[in-house]
Design a protein around this ligand. Structure first.
Ligand code: PLP
Length: 446
């Protein structure tokens, strides 16, 4: 077993899954929910930086970061140390009813680092869905308006409110109706699929037609709309970066009608795109921002940060027993410090390098339809060929499987997009290793 897993290359020495992993999988599958979607038979024993070791000593390069969570890498020693120290002081006291230092410190820090200089307030949760749920409730409470507008392709989580906003896959909603009423979905602008792509014209037109002509004129008056819920870059929907003017126009429309602009930065926030928050790329200041995933490097934590005048709900109107747990809060404070001390810049630099390496592959592989993203949130759309741009979901899935067998962990998003969201500590050498594995796969397996 290598001492420094973080600096070891990927190495597969057994068939996959190996015997120890296979035993655990058999046991696990007897007892856990069949709703889980295990993409490949990976059983993680330990992890460091961007490397993972399975139960049989096989080593994998992790370009998933536990679904865009482990921002500072797996088990960053300074995050682990902060957790260790805090765990000997206080495990839990419930920030809903009592005060403790880590939660207050983190609230102040989040107010300081989120876009906008005005006063803001923070509500703590345990997950992305809970953050979205809290934002949904706050939007209705504050505006006293019932309706919200979200986007097709969006993923906001699985609880009833968050699921009602999710417009990603039918499977996620099937069988759970009735969902929360008064939610409409409109198209998220996808430049790659846009018929106007060749005219150099922004592809937002369809979205704004749907909102202003279809919804506002035919089904819901804008003064009944509490909020737009939008991901800065669609995550589960396929790592779709909207055209440059989209968020600015959406925000302008929101202001025109007194509608709140809610940014779901659960996946795109905390340095992932090379800025602390993705909305900074467009200079848009949300009324409410939803956070989770990368915020505490793997500890369960979420938060919403809202303008002070928006977060006007009274005591008892919303709360959470575990939200803002002291251990998660110290992990978040350490994570933010590491991000500010250089990891955000690394994400921007190494992300640009990763995108360039992927773009360099395009001339050789017709199935690579599009390479897009910001920082270390990068997607590669897999298509039948670049002329038809026909989506090739089966090909994308088989690339992910073949990469796993060679020691590279990838996931898909959308129907047919390879998702690259490694820990922000990933090095250029590791990017090279990952690209080499991907190229072997593209050459031989697909
Ligand atoms: N919002 C976005 C943008 C997400 O990507 C996700 C999860 O993938 C969620 C919300 C839900 O987060 P969680 O799984 O922590 O509930």
């Amino acid at each position: 077993m290598p001492k420094e897993l973080a600096s070891s290359p990927p190495l597969i020495t057994t068939k996959l899954p190996g015997p120890n992993s296979a035993r655990l999988i058999a046991e696990d599958e007897r007892y856990t929910s069949p709703s889980y979607t295990r993409v490949y038979p990976l059983v993680v024993r330990r992890a460091q930086g961007a490397m993972i070791e399975d139960m049989d000593g096989n080593r994998f390069l992790d370009f998933t970061a536990g679904i865009a969570v482990c921002a500072t890498g797996h088990c960053h020693p300074r995050v682990v140390q902060a957790i260790r120290v805090q765990s000997e002081r206080l495990l839990h006291m419930s920030g809903t009813d009592f005060y403790y230092q880590p939660q207050s410190d983190l609230a102040r820090k989040l107010v300081q680092i989120t876009p906008g200089n005005g006063p803001k307030r923070v509500f703590f949760t345990n997950s992305g869905a809970e953050s979205v749920e809290a934002a949904f409730k706050l939007a209705r409470y504050h505006t006293r308006r019932p309706h919200v507008i979200a986007f097709f392709g969006a993923f906001h989580g699985r609880t009833m409110g968050a699921l009602s906003l999710t417009g990603s896959k039918t499977r996620q909603r099937a069988g759970f109706a009735p969902l929360v009423p008064e939610v409409s979905h409109v198209d998220f602008p996808d430049c790659y699929q846009c018929p106007r792509r060749t005219t150099n014209d922004s592809c937002c037109w369809k979205t704004f037609e749907q909102i202003e002509d279809d919804l506002f004129r035919r089904t819901v008056s804008p003064d009944e709309v509490a909020a737009f819920f939008v991901e800065p870059i669609q995550g589960e929907g396929g790592y779709i970066v909207p055209p440059h003017d989209f968020h600015v126009r959406l925000k302008r429309l929101a202001e025109q009608h007194g509608i709140l602009f809610i940014a779901d930065e659960v996946q795109s926030g905390m340095g992932r795109t090379g800025r602390m928050f993705a909305m900074e790329h467009w200079g848009v200041e949300p009324d409410i921002m939803c956070l989770a995933k990368g915020i505490a490097s793997g500890m369960p934590l979420g938060a919403i940060v809202a303008k002070e005048e928006v977060m006007n709900w009274p005591p008892g109107s919303h709360a959470s027993t575990f939200g803002g747990n002291p251990i998660s809060c110290v992990a978040a404070l350490k994570t933010i410090q590491l991000l500010e001390d250089g990891l955000i810049q690394d994400a921007a630099d190494v992300g640009a390098y990763l995108r360039q390496r992927l773009l360099d592959l395009m001339p050789r592989y017709e199935m690579l339809g599009d390479v897009r993203g910001l920082g270390l949130m990068v997607g590669v759309e897999i298509v039948a060929d670049r002329v038809s741009r026909k989506r090739a979901p089966e090909k994308a899935k088989s690339i992910v499987q073949a990469a796993f067998r060679r020691g590279l962990l990838l996931l898909t998003c959308g129907e047919n997009t390879l998702r690259f969201c490694p820990p922000l500590v990933v090095s250029r050498d590791q990017v090279d290793m990952g690209i080499n594995i991907l190229e072997e796969v593209l050459r031989s397996e697909v």
